[in-house]
Design a binder for this molecule. Structure first.
Ligand code: PML
Length: 249
């Protein structure tokens, strides 16, 4: 039996009541790991780079095995950028190679670069017209209910590669789920963590890790998903937010 555990933390009260989003986490874990992971997530909220959370919401919910699907992890390739503009230029190329239009890429870039506040979730953009498709405002679409199929195997795999940081592992799980969604053709992301400047583009089944996507100390970051239309937005949002997914490495 697995449990979905979701953590969201904010400063200045709950996000929907004017607080600022600090951190979040999404896991699908066994009953046996529930206590340890819950403790780790609370610690994360209390010791985050962006400051100590004064609002923490934990949701723990059983997931039925019959509802879970397993998908493969995206293949990772790293692009070592000279600087942020080189990182962005290459990100745009990776997206264009997936058939995403220039206007959609430009709109995605400028949406992330003009964010005044961290979003909990992602913006959905039409891959052809560049218009925003969701109506979730500053909340965004929050991808949820996903994890590695075998956490120990994943830890070993990433330790061997020298990626001990949580960022890359969590981003790979999320990006794999996002690109497995019907109609999603790409994702653009860089972290809102002020100490973390790496970002990625996922497209054409590859997670293109890009080493410089923003200046150090900037907390401006977020996610855009590019969507092919026509699309049933409610079904897509439901898949991203509710479909339990395990990622096989
Ligand atoms: C985040 O954790 O906020 C996003 C991280 C994106 C890049 C992760 C990586 O590949 O290192």
């Amino acid at each position: 039996m697995l449990y979905s555990i979701r953590m969201r933390s904010a400063q200045g009260g709950a996000h929907e009541h004017g607080g600022h989003h600090i951190s979040g986490a999404e896991r699908l874990i066994t009953t046996q790991d529930l206590t340890t992971i819950t403790e780790k997530l609370i610690q994360r909220a209390l010791t985050h780079e962006k400051g100590r959370a004064d609002f923490i919401r934990l949701t723990i919910e059983e997931v039925k095995p019959k509802d879970i699907i397993t998908i493969p992890m995206l293949k990772m390739e790293t692009y070592t950028a000279i600087n942020v503009s080189d990182g962005h230029k290459n990100a745009c190329e990776f997206l264009a190679n997936a058939g995403i239009s220039k206007i959609a890429i430009d709109n995605a870039m400028s949406s992330l670069l003009s964010l005044q506040e961290n979003m909990r979730g992602a913006i959905l953009i039409d891959a052809t017209t560049g218009k925003r498709l969701d109506n979730t405002g500053m909340r965004g679409i929050r991808v949820s209910r996903m994890d590695f199929k075998d956490t120990l195997q994943a830890k070993k795999h990433f330790d061997e590669l020298g990626y001990t940081d949580n960022h890359v592992q969590e981003a790979l799980v999320l990006a794999s789920k996002v690109l497995s969604a019907p109609n999603v053709v790409g994702e653009l992301c860089w972290s809102d963590d002020p100490n973390y400047i790496i970002g990625y583009v996922s497209a054409n089944n590859i997670y293109h890790r890009i080493t410089k996507m923003k200046p150090l100390h900037s907390s401006q970051g977020g996610r855009v998903f590019f969507v092919k239309t026509p699309v049933d937005i409610t079904a897509l949002q439901n898949y991203l937010e509710r479909q339990p997914v395990l990622v096989d490495i």
